[in-house]
Design a protein around this ligand. Structure first.
Ligand SMILES: [Ca+2]
Ligand SMILES: [Ca+2]
Ligand SMILES: [Ca+2]
Ligand SMILES: [Ca+2]
Length: 558
């Protein structure tokens, strides 16, 4: 058997013109843990859960759900209008501060370029606008009345319409469920007919309720416009996934900061109330077990989570980057249940501020003349931003496409959806012919290709076989001194789509581009440079949609 494996391997080498590894049965050292800061926190963070949160008690926005709320503190309101949020908050071990990932330090004036960059026009030619999905935007407050967003908010049907006999909240009178101060759908939130404000604990997740000039006051509105601004309406801007419904979940204050318990509660809310995708354009330097668990809950419930990779590409003393290794990807993007999205500029290079590292999955436009909906105190319904800088704005572009993909094919697992979204990205010049690069991930989002791949995987993709020598039983070892070109292949039905997924014990993922099978199989060759410079064992498997090969093949980089 072993002899045969060697022969197969040799013939694969010849086919693809490739070099030098050994066949070995030896299992190498476990990969090193990522080189991250996970220490406790200075400068007063984290705050203790359920103590006096650093949030103002006064809020003009509150009376819709609680007429007397202006003088009571957050914990009282939690119990009264958001028992589910209160329950979740109590499970949080420590409060870590999160901040928006906008970047205002890299101003470039360029033409609007994000839509053609991701091939949105080609996508729009093919999508069916009647297919919709729900993208939860977990962010600062929103311009709820903005002309290009007002029709795009997801509404909770369980809190709309009039009460009638037999309803949970029937009190003998017909009442409007949006304002009856009662939790009509028994989801633990009172009158949450259009998202929720976890920061101030009310049902109006609106921008500007506390500080109309705060640093984060426009952020949620800008992100939302990229996720799903109304398109073809003769107003404002267009968005990639214009059929997406946006679930507005406020967790950051107008100054752009917020805490673990609110973000965790918002993630559970999104998963339990119908979101297909979650966008997190926020980050911190610190590992956060409560949020990590919430994101695993999302993953296990088939919700795609997209996050900004962080703005630490250049060292900035912002309380985030200076508490991490140079360039590091921030949390939550750093968790392996989450897609980490970096930013490119109009020159199709990594934006100087964009974080990089082995957790990076994909890049999208995030710097320059990016038009989106905006909120300013003097114009809350028809303002537009012209220039945006930050991975905060790259993430929602990918989240928007994830919404389209889910609308097209709700059956794909999160892993399968990720591969369809990421694997066929446009390979950029700075990637030097590689399929992956720690500064640019798998390349720049190609929304049209992602759609084609996802569609092809809709119905009953066949289980593919991995075309590697020895498959499960045999592994390959090589030195990291010299990167090596590797061959891999996939055997499946003709015209089905297949790729190879490479993953290591740390949860890092690399994907070869999806290709259509011709003549029974498909072969790729790629360089082990994509594995970076860390010692690790990577396993390869063939993938077609939700189906994976029974065979895996181990590659040890020493
Ligand atoms: Ca409710
Ligand atoms: Ca109600
Ligand atoms: Ca509010
Ligand atoms: Ca528009």
């Amino acid at each position: 058997m072993k002899q045969k494996s060697k022969l197969q391997f040799a013939s694969l080498m010849v086919l693809t013109g490739i070099s030098i590894f050994f066949i070995t049965m030896h299992v190498r050292n476990e990969p090193k843990p990522p080189d991250i800061v996970s220490t406790p926190i200075n400068t007063g963070l984290p705050h203790q859960a359920n103590n006096n949160l650093d949030k103002p008690a006064n809020n003009s926005d509150l009376p819709a759900v609680n007429q007397s709320s202006s003088s009571i503190d957050k914990n009282d309101r939690l119990a009264h209008v958001a028992p589910r949020q209160e329950q979740l908050s109590k499970t949080v071990e420590e409060e870590i501060e999160y901040r928006i990932l906008a970047n205002v330090n890299d101003p470039l004036a360029q033409n609007q370029w994000s839509l053609p960059e991701v091939n949105a026009p080609e996508l729009w030619d093919e999508i069916d606008p009647s297919k919709q999905s729900v993208v939860a935007v977990i962010d600062s407050g929103f311009g709820l009345a903005h002309e290009d967003l007002v029709n795009q908010w997801h509404r909770n049907s369980g809190e709309e319409g009039m009460t009638q006999v037999g309803d949970t909240c029937w009190d003998g009178n017909t009442r409007n469920k949006t304002t009856n101060n009662c939790d009509d759908d028994s989801n633990g939130y009172v009158d949450d007919w259009r998202g929720w404000d976890f920061y101030y604990v009310d049902n109006i997740p609106s921008a500007g309720s506390q500080n109309q000039n705060g640093d984060g006051v426009s952020h949620g509105t800008q992100v939302s416009g990229l996720v799903g601004a109304q398109t073809n309406n003769s107003l404002g801007v267009a968005s990639i996934g214009y059929s997406n419904k946006i679930m507005p979940l406020q967790v950051l204050n107008d100054d752009g900061s917020g805490y673990t318990s609110d973000i965790v509660s918002a993630v559970y809310y999104a998963v339990d109330n119908g979101a297909d995708v979650i966008n997190l354009s926020l980050g911190t330097a610190y590992q956060d077990n409560s949020l990590k668990s919430a994101l695993e809950y999302a993953f296990n419930n088939n919700v795609i989570v997209i996050a900004a990779a962080g703005n630490c590409g250049q060292m900035v003393n912002d309380g985030i980057c200076n508490n991490m290794p140079a360039g590091a990807i921030t949390y939550p993007a750093r968790y392996n249940t989450v897609f980490a999205v970096g930013a490119i500029n109009q020159s199709r290079q990594r934006a100087s501020f964009s974080s990089y590292g082995k957790e990076l999955d994909i890049v999208a436009p995030g710097s320059g003349t990016l038009a989106s909906t905006n909120w300013i105190s003097s114009n809350q319904t028809s303002a537009y931003s012209t220039t945006l800088h930050g991975t905060s704005f790259a993430s929602p572009i990918v989240a928007s496409m994830a919404g389209v993909l889910r609308a097209e094919n709700s059956q794909l697992s999160v892993d399968a959806a990720k591969i369809a979204l990421v694997a066929n990205s446009q390979k950029l010049v700075d990637m030097n012919g590689q399929i992956y690069n720690e500064h640019l991930g798998h390349g720049s989002l190609d929304s049209h290709q992602a759609l084609i791949v996802a569609r092809s995987l809709v119905s009953g993709s066949a289980v593919p076989s991995l075309l590697m020598p020895g498959k499960h039983a045999v592994s390959v070892s090589y030195s990291l001194v010299l990167d090596t070109t590797v061959a891999a292949g996939c055997t499946a039905n003709n015209l089905s789509w297949c790729t190879v997924w490479l993953t290591n014990a740390a949860g890092d993922d690399r994907y070869l581009p999806y290709r259509q099978i011709q003549s029974g199989n498909q072969l790729w060759s790629w360089s082990t440079a994509v594995f970076g410079q860390n010692t690790a064992t990577w396993s390869a498997r063939a993938v077609s949609g939700n189906n994976q090969s029974a065979d895996t093949f181990l590659i040890h980089k020493n």
